[in-house]
Design a protein around this ligand. Structure first.
Ligand SMILES: NC(=O)c1ccc[n+]([C@@H]2O[C@H](COP(=O)([O-])OP(=O)(O)OC[C@H]3O[C@@H](n4cnc5c(N)ncnc54)[C@H](O)[C@@H]3O)[C@@H](O)[C@H]2O)c1
Length: 333
């Protein structure tokens, strides 16, 4: 079998998972190299999966001819330059979301990767429940769309370093809510025309000096007439909770953690359901399938399911939400 040689850049929280998926669960790919400025972290992952080449400087990895594609999971402020350099060396790119910090950076990335495959890590598009919803909506099961609600709620943590500064991460609107903005575009096939957003800092004091929020709400108007609402909370004691509901004239399409009674109290470790505690648990299947599909796209010369344009549109909505929350006024797109 023709195997695609992949290198992973950045083996932090999500990069470790991508490395494992490439090494263990993507039959038509081989994990040939790893790069991380934290060389110890890279060496640990390399030992686990028997990876031959480890680089502290990703530029050296770009010279490695066995690396045909990269999985980029570094802090967002580093992605643009890294992708442009990698594209110059002819490497295909899978980049974690958000793919950039601004629309200009997104354009630079899209332009640099023309003729190569570029896929953005919005894994909800590969989650079995979301894929099922897309099919059901496309065949008209819910009729005309009326209301949409999408949410991403992270368990309590202790944000540190780059992730506390929106200039480096994109802040909650790009780093977290862009998942929701992309899921809404994916399932409704509509564009966002207006955003009104509010944010609060209620928990993590370290975000305050940088002006980031840990709890947010955004109201979106879509060009198919439907109204959408996005919320995110960075301190969700009962676990990791991400889902979407789309109400239409004939029915509703819902992907959530699994709710089997009308009224529920969810507390830490106490629930009548088996709730995921981390994003790795909730979206394990989707993370596996998105990498497998990226590899197939390169080998079969297919367009990825999450394109650079998709990556850019999620950023566009996120920036509008950020501006709206700052100015306390609606923003038109
Ligand atoms: N799709 C998802 O659900 C999901 C989940 C988590 C994170 N992410 C995204 O993945 C990206 C990384 O997030 P994370 O939580 O894994 O961050 P992290 O801080 O845990 O890991 C980042 C890694 O990159 C390394 N790094 C930094 N500079 C580097 C460089 N110049 N060259 C090579 N390696 C370098 C760091 O040493 C670290 O190991 C972010 O864009 C984040 O938004 C996506």
């Amino acid at each position: 079998m023709n195997k695609l040689g992949l290198g992973v850049v950045g083996v932090g929280a999500i990069g470790v998972l991508h490395a494992e998926n490439v090494a263990q669960r993507t039959p038509n790919a081989e994990l040939v190299a790893l790069s991380d400025v934290n060389i110890e972290a890279a060496n640990n992952v390399a030992t686990r999966w028997g990876v031959k080449h480890v680089y502290s400087d990703y530029r050296e990895m770009l010279e490695d001819r066995s690396v045909e594609g990269l999985v980029i999971s570094v802090p967002t402020f580093l992605k643009r330059d890294m992708i442009i350099e990698a594209a110059r060396k002819g490497k295909h790119i899978f980049v974690e979301k958000p793919m950039a910090l601004s629309l200009e950076e997104a354009d630079d990335i899209i332009n640099a990767t023309r003729g190569l495959k570029l896929q953005v890590g919005y894994q909800r598009r590969f989650d079995n429940a979301f894929v099922r919803l897309e099919k059901s909506i496309a065949q008209g099961d819910i009729g005309r769309m009326l209301l949409v609600r999408s949410w991403t709620r992270d368990p309590p943590g202790n944000p540190q370093g780059w992730s506390t500064d929106p200039k480096l991460s994109g802040g909650i609107w790009l780093d977290t809510c862009s998942h929701d903005f992309d899921a809404i575009r994916f399932l409704t096939k509509a564009s966002v025309t207006r955003v009104y957003a509010v944010g609060a800092n209620l928990v993590y004091e370290q975000l305050r000096p940088h002006g980031d929020f840990d709890n947010v709400l955004a109201t979106l108007e879509l060009d198919n007439g439907a109204l959408a609402q996005v919320d995110s909370c960075g301190y969700t004691v009962y676990g990791y909770d991400a889902g979407i509901e789309i109400l239409g004239t004939k029915g509703a399409a819902i992907a959530r953690m699994g709710v089997n009674s009308a009224a529920e109290i969810l507390k830490k470790g106490q629930s009548n359901q088996d709730l995921p505690q981390t994003f790795q648990e909730r979206f394990g299947q989707a993370y596996r399938d998105e990498i497998a599909d990226f590899v197939s796209c390169v080998l079969e010369d297919r367009e990825p399911r999450v394109t650079g344009k998709d990556g850019k549109e999620a950023i566009r909505i996120g920036l509008a939400a950020s501006q709206s929350a700052k100015e306390r006024a609606p923003v038109y797109l």
